[in-house]
Design a binder for this molecule. Structure first.
Ligand code: SAM
Ligand code: DTB
Ligand code: SF4
Length: 329
């Protein structure tokens, strides 16, 4: 199986995978998926927006950027008890991972960070994987999160390096990569992916996958978000991504990072059961569950339970997916 992993992908190789006839691509991805993962298992993560809105960054897709006038409920950092209560109900609904998201540019060493460390400790003691997405972190901050029991850190590269400046100007691609490095050094698993449907080209999508797939260790989770266009953001009028492009992206991610969890992330609201089934067939094996992502709607637990029953899928147990990866080249 180690032979399947490589870290020196060329753009052309990924392009050739991505541009195959769709059903050939899906079949190949399904085959590799079955070699590397228990094919009926889907990891279920639940999101809590622990601090909502008022963010100083200018990410063009994001309803939480203070500079755009969106209809979200701004909220300061939540209390530890509220987070614990929400994690308990997510666990009862079948979630094995809790992802705590904050609308911060970066972590600061202050009382709020101490509170987040307390949240991480509390939820990890409930035998759930805890993931945080708090913006940029230093190596020292990442170590503190690791000591508190953090299992994963989400930091998306979002798109290709070339398209990045069309979407975000308040930080650089290299800043994102540096944070991911800091997370690795602290021995926390990495969750990193991006968004499609922002007006990027297929070349940009391939470029994004190349950056992820050529990391020394592949991110353990790769979220593929379909843009949720939100009124008030610069990308509000973007047309919804064509379903077949989402499938193509998921299948290619599965093939270039065979052992990673590929998460069918934002954009499930409004997708039919058969569309989602095709994404699972193409190698997606993780979802966000719960009726809200951070600020936008998501299918609720009961709808997902019904979908799992119909498709014969089962939620996976916590703590199974840390990669013991050998870099071949
Ligand atoms: N502020 C932190 C950061 O940017 O890393 C953490 C929270 S931020 C909301 C996490 C991720 O959510 C972003 O990197 C982006 O990929 C995704 N996201 C935000 N708004 C989205 C939208 N409207 N549609 C799809 N994905 C979105
Ligand atoms: C990720 O890749 N997607 C999640 C999570 N990581 C933090 C966030 C999606 C946010 C969608 C827009 C919203 O609900 O605000
Ligand atoms: Fe802020 Fe994160 Fe939204 Fe960008 S994606 S505006 S950093 S909350």
């Amino acid at each position: 199986m180690e032979g399947l992993l490589k870290h020196n992908w060329t753009e052309e190789e990924i392009e050739n995978i991505y541009n195959q006839p769709l059903l050939e691509l899906v079949f190949e991805a399904a085959t590799v998926h079955r070699k590397c993962h228990p094919s009926r298992e889907v990891q279920v993560s639940s999101l809590i927006s622990i601090k909502t809105g008022g963010c100083p960054e200018d990410c063009a897709y994001c309803p939480q950027a203070a500079r755009y006038h969106t209809d979200i409920k701004v909220h300061k950092l939540m209390e530890v008890d509220e987070v614990k209560a929400q994690a308990e109900s997510a666990k009862a609904g079948g979630a094995s991972r809790m992802c705590l998201g904050a609308a911060w540019r970066e972590v600061r060493d202050n009382k709020d960070f101490d509170k987040v460390l307390e949240m991480v400790k509390t939820v990890s003691e409930m035998d759930m994987e805890v993931c945080c997405t708090l913006g940029m972190v230093s190596e020292m901050q990442a170590k503190k999160l690791a000591d508190a029991g953090l299992y994963a850190y989400n930091h998306n590269i979002d798109t290709s390096e070339a398209f990045y400046e069309d979407i975000i100007t308040t930080r650089e691609y290299d800043d994102r990569l540096r944070t991911i490095d800091n997370v690795r050094k602290a021995n926390i698993t990495v969750c990193s992916g991006g968004i499609i449907g922002m007006g990027e080209s297929a070349k940009d999508r391939i470029g994004m996958l190349k950056t992820l797939a050529n990391m020394d260790v592949h991110p353990e989770s790769v979220p593929i978000n379909a843009l949720v266009p939100v009124e008030g953001t610069p990308l509000a009028e973007q047309p919804r991504i064509a379903f077949h492009e989402l499938v193509r992206m998921i299948a290619t991610a599965r093939l270039v990072m065979p052992k990673s969890m590929v998460r069918l992330s934002a954009g499930r609201e409004g997708m039919s059961l058969s569309e989602q089934a095709m994404c699972f067939m193409a190698g997606a094996n993780s979802i966000f569950a719960g009726d809200k992502l951070l600020t936008t709607p998501n299918p609720d637990f009961n709808d997902d339970r019904e979908m799992f029953d119909i498709l014969g899928l089962v939620p996976s147990e916590a703590f199974q997916h840390r990669q013991e990866e050998v870099v071949n080249e």
